[in-house]
Design a protein around this ligand. Structure first.
Ligand SMILES: C[S@@+](CC[C@H](N)C(=O)[O-])C[C@H]1O[C@@H](n2cnc3c(N)ncnc32)[C@H](O)[C@@H]1O
Length: 387
């Protein structure tokens, strides 16, 4: 009926028809989801599991009726899992590709959730704009495009209720990480250059861009969970629809002045004019915390048993991670000081012994966060950590 080779798989509690990977294998080792007529990437299961964990927390709040929407739903895996695995009451599935819609409809039917699903085949921006009417807004919206999320973020913000959550994946890491500064400026409205903390700046660029688009609609954002994988950045932000929150979140934007040679940097919020900054300006980006530890703790406690060891480890590092700006890759310090890198646990311990805060970070197992002033990094490591 769909006209492409399919197989049935089980993901979470959902039984799903998906394009048969064997029919789209590019080599004996590689299966390329983008080669299939309908997109499905089995490797994004961890990403979807975490979304289910977020929905579990949201939909277990007493007296709350939770609705779910996805504007680029592919085979409908997120819609089906949201309805089958959590207390979400109704779902709005959308995808502009007719074949995706056919397959998603089939998947929704075979999991017995058709009566709770509204299916459409619109451009994502049109779908989200329709949901921006106050009576149509949803509790949770998932935005999961090919490539950059930037062209869809404005309407996505509009489609989420007050106190609801927006989940965004952006699969343009090279741009987010500053490998193409003029493209970062064009897409996300900020100048980002390649730095040793590029993964964190990618997260902060995406959050900063969301905060600006939200505040132009008198909406504030509060980041709940943010992280990055090799080829994408993923953020979950709470949406607060009032002017005070809009002003508060926009006040968290700023610039970082970055000096490659000394590894040092200085943070500057808008309106701060009294200090002298050296280095290149990068921004505007989100300068406040990118995770809410209370929310991460709830996710961890409620869903630990359903998450892969990899996601559990990510949440554990989030819980331990300092809320400070920036991180240091230990191999880079070692390279600068012409010595061997020290193990992460050893670095954290020695920095703490010397009286500064330190923690592992979600941005790399060989990186740390610390309260040491950035202009002292090299001297501090030489004297206290590597001696
Ligand atoms: C990355 S896939 C989504 C994967 C899905 N969320 C999942 O977890 O499996 C992106 C989807 O967006 C759809 N798409 C691309 N451009 C679109 C647009 N402008 N409006 C609506 N859907 C679009 C594609 O057909 C594709 O199914």
């Amino acid at each position: 009926m769909i006209g492409i080779p399919l197989i049935e798989i089980l993901e979470g509690k959902a039984r799903l028809l998906v394009p048969n990977p064997e029919a789209y294998r590019v080599s004996h080792r590689t299966y390329s989801p983008s080669k299939t007529p309908v997109f499905f990437n089995p490797l994004m299961k961890d990403n979807r599991d975490l979304m289910i964990a977020v929905l579990t927390v949201l939909s277990n709040i007493p007296h709350r009726t939770v609705s779910f929407a996805e504007s680029m739903g592919g085979i409908g895996v997120r819609t089906v899992r949201a309805l089958v695995e959590t207390n979400v009451k109704e779902a709005f599935y959308n995808d502009s590709h007719p074949l995706a819609v056919k397959l998603a409809t089939e998947n929704v039917e075979r999991n017995g959730v058709l009566v709770r699903t509204k299916i459409s085949s619109l451009d994502a921006n049109v779908f989200q704009a329709i949901h921006s009417k106050s009576s149509n807004r949803v509790t949770y919206l998932d935005l999961d495009p090919f490539g950059s999320s930037a062209p869809y973020m404005f309407t996505a913000i509009g489609a989420v209720q007050h106190d609801g959550v927006l989940g965004v994946t952006s699969t343009d890491s090279a741009v987010l990480n500053g490998l193409h500064p003029s493209r970062s400026l064009a897409r996300y409205g900020a100048w980002i250059e390649k730095t040793y903390m590029m993964r964190e700046l990618g997260v902060r660029l995406l959050l900063g861009s969301l905060a600006r688009m939200a505040s132009s609609q008198d909406v504030g954002i509060v980041p709940l969970i943010s992280y990055c994988e090799s080829y994408y950045v993923r953020v979950y932000v709470k949406i607060l629809r009032n002017k005070r929150e809009a002003r508060l979140s926009i006040s968290k934007l700023g610039f970082v002045y970055y000096d490659e040679e000394s590894l040092s940097w200085t943070l500057a919020r808008f309106g701060e004019t009294t200090r002298r900054y050296t280095g290149k300006p990068i921004g505007p980006i989100w300068t406040a915390p990118y995770c809410d530890k209370n929310f991460v703790r709830k996710i961890y406690d409620s869903s630990k048993g359903c998450l892969s060891p990899r996601v559990i480890k990510l949440l554990e590092v989030m819980l331990e991670e300092l809320d400070s700006f920036g991180y240091i890759p230990l191999p880079l310090i070692a390279k600068k000081l012409k010595t061997n890198p020290v193990a992460t646990a050893t670095a954290v311990e020695k920095i703490r012994e010397a009286g500064y805060e330190a923690s592992p970070t979600i941005f790399g197992s060989d990186c740390i966060k610390t309260g040491i002033p950035p202009y002292e990094y090299l001297q501090f490591f030489k004297t206290n950590v590597l001696s």
